[in-house]
Design a protein around this ligand. Structure first.
Ligand SMILES: Nc1ncnc2c1ncn2[C@@H]1O[C@H](COP(=O)(O)OP(=O)(O)OP(=O)(O)O)[C@@H](O)[C@H]1O
Length: 262
């Protein structure tokens, strides 16, 4: 094999071919060929109903595809379960339910660390091990700007800080690739700025794929953008390229957000 040709494949960490999901004959995702480059922040955008969430749920294995394949690090993961791909380093974040509201921020992160070690039910850990885990948890909380809130329960944290905590619990699993589902949803401007900086920080040495509606966040964070419309890829490229693509503009205007274009 000539030098360089292997780079083309190893450069791609996650890819899909012909990825399709039908709901009772309706194709919510229709033949999507997605290629996510290793080490990049890749955004999946598109107007309402474009199929972003469905596509995301296929990638995270929350839904089985009707047709097509998903390959992660050269391995076919099309038929695998979420826990199996998580063990391979592909982890979905921002599942609010993954955080226990009555437990402290520190304990939440410690539980994630214990889960990573596979001993979450090991209540009789010697105190020394627990201390080590606590230290590691504090280190992770510090990394997401939550060191001052370690003792608060997750339920007491503001919305943006809850999301930062979710990132900390995801980082505890040390994922190679993180899948983020609308990380900025429901956030005020201050939280958006904080979480944006956090995503940029944790993206070092990682790959991130996110579905995000906030286009200014997409513009400032993404290396590469895939625009979906009607279940298919409409355009791809950096923000400057896709945002001036007439088909993209038309798709966004055409979807109209319920303002009477259709
Ligand atoms: N479980 C389901 N059963 C039937 N139809 C579904 C189901 N899930 C999604 N759809 C349909 O598939 C299409 C794509 O939906 P999806 O939620 O993936 O789009 P989206 O791009 O995430 O939209 P939004 O930006 O509004 O969240 C929509 O027409 C939706 O009604």
């Amino acid at each position: 094999m000539p030098l360089g040709s292997s780079d083309v494949t190893t450069d791609i960490i996650l890819s899909t071919s012909g990825l399709t999901k039908e709901f009772g004959g309706f194709r919510a995702v229709n033949g999507v060929d997605l290629n996510v480059k290793r080490g990049t922040i890749h955004a999946l955008i598109g107007p309402n109903g474009a199929g972003k969430t469905t596509c995301f749920n296929l990638l995270t294995k929350f839904l089985p595809p009707t047709k097509g394949a998903i390959v992660y690090n050269g391995q076919d993961i099309t038929r695998e379960q979420p826990a199996e791909i998580a063990r391979k380093g592909l982890v979905r974040s921002f599942q609010i339910s993954a955080v226990f509201p009555q437990l402290s921020a520190k304990t939440n992160v410690r539980i994630a660390l214990q889960r990573k070690r596979g001993d979450s039910f090991d209540f009789w850990r010697p105190e020394k091990v627990l201390r080590e885990l606590d230290e590691e948890a504090l280190h992770l909380l510090d990394a997401v700007g939550l060191s001052a809130f370690a003792a608060l329960t997750a339920g007491e944290l503001s919305y943006g800080r809850k999301r930062a905590l979710e990132i900390a619990t995801t980082l505890a699993l040390d994922p190679e690739m993180m899948l983020l589902d609308e990380p900025m949803a429901g956030m005020g401007r201050e939280d958006v700025e904080r979480v944006e900086a956090l995503i940029r920080k944790v993206s070092k040495n990682r790959t991130i794929l996110m579905v995000e509606h906030n286009l200014s966040v997409v513009a400032s964070l993404s290396d590469h953008i895939t625009v979906l419309a009607r279940g298919q890829i409409l355009a791809e490229g950096d923000y400057a390229t896709v945002s001036k693509d007439p088909r993209v503009i038309e798709a966004y205007i055409g979807s109209g957000g319920g303002h009477g274009h259709h």
